[in-house]
Write a protein that binds this ligand. Structure first.
Ligand SMILES: *[C@@H]1O[C@H](CO)[C@@H](O)[C@H](O)[C@H]1NC(C)=O
Ligand SMILES: *[C@@H]1O[C@H](CO)[C@@H](O)[C@H](O)[C@H]1NC(C)=O
Length: 211
């Protein structure tokens, strides 16, 4: 009997250590070459590893909305297999980056100018919030719902750089995913314990989801 218990304990230990190894490996797959060159690129030099698309980012004055400039696999093909990407975010007073998830990566947010409110919710539904100042870095754990916003009374625009541990972290916007993808109003009304009129009013204010 004692040895049976031991065997069971041994197997559960074995299974949980495999689970830990799998968790540690959950990220972009390793590649077997130094880098990956797309088939249509014939000349690989320094330019291939350079992204210049953000040079104009701050030209033309601040925008009135949240400005999100992604530099991921889709924008910068040299990131393929490198497990890193950036997004540069510009916020004006009163703007919000609505609750969203990056399914494939943790996010390291570096505030390079201004004061920014951030928050995320863990899988026990505990909310963590913080007010970040210029120079602060905040980590959003992988796959958790998070958001950023600027208080309406803060007049200084905020610029932050988000680094991701994936070349293609992916974004699931909670409002858009729920309200603009064609899920039946009845399902949503029941889920939010309200009526379809309220659901229609919510989705009317939302833009179609980004690809
Ligand atoms: C290669 O193809 C991609 C995707 O169609 C395109 O974005 C890129 O500009 C192309 N690169 C070259 C050097 O033609
Ligand atoms: C829907 O719900 C809202 C908010 O509870 C309420 O004000 C409204 O009267 C309801 N409309 C209908 C048609 O039931």
């Amino acid at each position: 009997m004692a040895s049976k218990t031991f065997t069971m304990k041994f197997f559960s230990l074995l299974i949980s250590s495999f689970a830990i190894i799998q968790m540690a490996m959950a990220g972009d797959p390793d590649i077997l070459t130094d880098f990956i060159v797309p088939p249509n690129v014939t000349n690989v030099d320094g330019n291939f590893f350079t992204f210049t698309g953000l040079r104009d980012l701050f030209k033309g004055g601040p925008s009135t909305t949240l400005k999100v400039s992604k530099v991921s696999l889709a924008e910068f093909s040299a990131l393929n297999g490198q497990s890193v990407s950036y997004t540069v975010l510009g916020y004006l007073a009163g703007t919000t980056n609505p609750p969203h998830i990056h399914p494939r990566a943790s996010e390291l947010l570096f505030v390079v100018g201004g004061t920014l409110q951030v928050g995320f919710v863990d899988t026990t539904n505990k909310l963590f919030t913080q007010t970040l100042q210029t120079g602060d870095i905040f980590v959003f754990p992988k796959g958790l719902v998070h958001f950023q916003y600027i208080n309406a009374d803060a007049q200084i625009p905020v610029v932050a750089i988000a680094a991701f541990g994936s070349a293609n972290a992916g974004t699931v916007s909670i409002p858009n995913t729920l309200f603009t993808t064609g899920i039946d109003d009845v399902v949503l009304a029941k889920s939010f314990k309200t009526n379809t009129t309220t659901i229609e009013a919510l989705l009317a204010g939302l833009a179609p989801p980004m690809p």
